[in-house]
Design a protein around this ligand. Structure first.
Ligand SMILES: *[C@@H]1O[C@H](CO)[C@@H](O)[C@H](O)[C@H]1NC(C)=O
Ligand SMILES: *[C@@H]1O[C@H](CO)[C@@H](O)[C@H](O)[C@H]1NC(C)=O
Ligand SMILES: *[C@@H]1O[C@H](CO)[C@@H](O)[C@H](O)[C@H]1NC(C)=O
Ligand SMILES: *[C@@H]1O[C@H](CO)[C@@H](O)[C@H](O)[C@H]1NC(C)=O
Length: 333
């Protein structure tokens, strides 16, 4: 009997292990990036620093055939992680499971971690040149490695801003530094699913206690006061407010001034995400709606982080079919 229990236990453990077969980057992908260690420094250091839940993607040892899907690149938000790291930094684990269960291999699913994965640090973080250039290099490495014509992007929160600018390329003039990459890779991005981004900033940044924080500054998500002498966070989120004069974070204005990032651009948000703002409003605009979106959808009842794990089927359908509905519409690739 003990032997039988032992066998069942081993079998169960083996099954669990098989289901968790992603993260970190595969040896094959790491080897590819090590051929050009300077250019790929950002990805290689993420691989070294963050451990098994910090990166994912690449061909498995036994995988030699052609990669059959466009690679999907997942870009997490402030203080999150590539894969499940802690109760709050839950990463893209649920999405990766969903895509895997629906025919994707890890050779078509990519992600890495950046910054601190501790939510206590989140207000100190802003959009940095290092993360923009690094993410751009990551996209370039994936395109070269998989020899694909197109990639798809699924991004959450601050990851939306990072991915948009990494794709747009060009220059960012920040307060004390600038960064420049060759212009756009937009023609190489098929679907971009932008989840709970803050493209016009976040009203909570107008609270006195948060005003001075990096996350609320010119390289972060300050919504500005639209030329009004006194802008409170309540006014900012009021549906009757309008913006007469844009003065939201300079980095966001530069990104919103750029080109459309993908062939198919979808923006998703929750009316009840109090991080981004109740009803998603910032001075009369839906802050999660990326300019030129082909598709938008507002959910009810989901928190900022639930917008990742409760929308996995929609992420999949938007990426593969350019529609949130599995049976409607086309898509050949
Ligand atoms: C996934 O990898 C297996 C081998 O590991 C291969 O047989 C299969 O064709 C791959 N599927 C896709 C969708 O790439
Ligand atoms: C996160 O940061 C806070 C404040 O710096 C610290 O007290 C806490 O231990 C950190 N948590 C983890 C999991 O490292
Ligand atoms: C927006 O783009 C135009 C043309 O590319 C440029 O002249 C202008 O300065 C930009 N504005 C901002 C706020 O970046
Ligand atoms: C998503 O995460 C939340 C909180 O972590 C949890 O309560 C919920 O059940 C999860 N939803 C799904 C579909 O896994």
């Amino acid at each position: 009997l003990i032997m039988a229990i032992y066998r069942i236990l081993t079998l169960l453990l083996a099954t669990t292990a098989a289901a968790e077969e992603f993260g970190p980057f595969t040896k094959d992908f790491v080897k590819f990036m090590q051929r050009n260690p300077e250019r790929n420094e950002y990805m290689l250091s993420a691989y070294r620093e963050y451990g098994n839940d910090g990166t994912f993607g690449g061909r498995a040892k036994d995988e030699t055939g052609e990669i059959s899907h466009h690679p999907v690149v997942f870009v997490h938000g402030n203080s999150d992680s590539a894969l499940h790291h802690s109760e709050i930094a839950t990463g893209w684990t649920d999405s990766v499971h969903y895509f895997k269960d629906h025919g994707y291999n890890v050779s078509s699913l990519y992600g890495l971690s950046y910054g601190s994965r501790n939510i206590s640090d989140s207000m100190h973080n802003s959009i940095t040149c290092r993360n923009l250039v690094g993410l751009r290099r990551f996209l370039e490495a994936i395109i070269a490695y998989t020899q694909t014509e197109k990639v798809d992007i699924v991004a959450h929160s601050m990851g939306v801003s990072l991915a948009r600018k990494a794709i747009q390329g060009g220059m960012v003039v920040s307060l004390d530094q600038y960064y420049s990459t060759p212009p756009t890779v937009t023609s190489q991005v098929d679907a971009f699913v932008a989840i709970a981004g803050a493209n016009y900033g976040m009203c909570m940044c107008l609270q006195d206690s948060l005003k001075g924080e990096a996350a609320c500054g010119q390289k972060g998500f300050g919504p500005g006061t639209c030329g009004k002498s006194e802008g409170t966070s309540d006014q900012c989120g009021d549906e009757d407010e309008e913006c007469e004069e844009d003065d939201y974070a300079s980095i966001l204005r530069q990104i919103n001034n750029g080109t459309k990032e993908a062939t198919f651009l979808a923006s998703l948000w929750s009316k009840d995400d109090i991080v981004v703002g109740k009803n998603n409003l910032v001075w009369g605009r839906k802050t999660s709606k990326v300019p030129y979106s082909d598709y938008t959808h507002a959910y009810s009842g989901f928190t900022h982080f639930q917008m990742k794990n409760e929308t996995t089927a929609d992420q999949f359908n938007l990426v593969t079919r350019h529609s949130r509905h599995p049976l409607r519409s086309k898509r050949n690739h």
